[in-house]
Write a protein that binds this ligand. Structure first.
Ligand SMILES: Cc1ncc(CN)c(N)n1
Length: 226
């Protein structure tokens, strides 16, 4: 198995715990409390703005034209396509753009994005790809599995557009080049360097788990709701 594909196995427990988290499962069934989803939506909107900056940092470190094009394309599709689904749900909830501007990122969300941005500043391109890889890969995996597991109720599910977007081909295509890119970039890395890359990847899978948990509890800060 290639290095990139093996990364998921290294984080297997938390990866599965993320899929089985009540937030994800209830979203799949369509029973998730809308207030919890609204909390998630706003936090995720702010998260995606920071996530986009991580790709901007990666662009500065890219050496070849293909890589520059791929990174700028995923940056664009995050801001335009992925966030469009967020904007549509916001419209449905009657949330105006000015309201989003007044939302504060939760303590946990800031911890997650600060970690990614720190990796982006200190690391090279492969470390940056390792920190963002779980963000794309877990969502794609969970989206596809939810779509299959709850296919009988999908039509009536309020969260259908969310599931359709993350299980869709366009989302998968936006990042599937990561596998080969990571494998190429680790070719001359030492065992120790590869272990560090694995650690970065696993941390992001853990952060992803905690993001669902934070949203489910609507936790803005330590031990506080709202
Ligand atoms: C927290 C988080 N992680 C990942 C994704 C998918 N780009 C997202 N929308 N939000």
């Amino acid at each position: 198995m290639s290095f990139s594909k093996s990364l998921k196995n290294k984080a297997q427990k938390v990866w599965e715990d993320g899929y089985n988290h009540p937030f994800v499962q209830e979203l799949g069934k369509g029973t998730l409390d809308k207030e919890k989803f609204k909390f998630y939506l706003l936090q995720d909107y702010l998260y995606l703005l920071e996530y986009s900056k991580v790709f901007a940092a990666a662009i500065l470190k890219a050496e070849d034209e293909d890589m520059l094009a791929r990174l700028s394309s995923i940056l664009h599709s995050t801001l335009v396509d992925e966030m469009q689904v967020h904007r549509e749900y916001m419209k449905e909830f009657g949330i105006k753009k000015e309201e989003v501007e007044n939302v504060k990122a939760s303590l946990f969300s800031r911890a997650y994005t600060s970690n990614m941005l720190a990796v982006a500043q200190k690391g090279g391109l492969v470390e940056i790809l390792a920190t963002v890889f779980p963000c794309a890969w877990t969502y794609c995996d969970y989206g596809k599995r939810l779509k299959e597991q709850y296919k009988d109720n999908l039509e009536d599910n309020f969260y259908k557009s969310w599931i359709e977007m993350y299980s869709g081909e366009a989302f998968e295509q936006s990042f599937e080049w990561f596998y080969d890119a990571v494998d190429k970039l680790v070719e001359n890395k030492t065992q120790k360097e590869k272990e560090k890359i694995e650690e970065i990847f696993i941390s992001s899978v853990e952060f992803e788990y905690m993001f669902w948990d934070m949203a489910y509890k609507k936790e803005m800060s330590y031990n506080l709701s709202k």
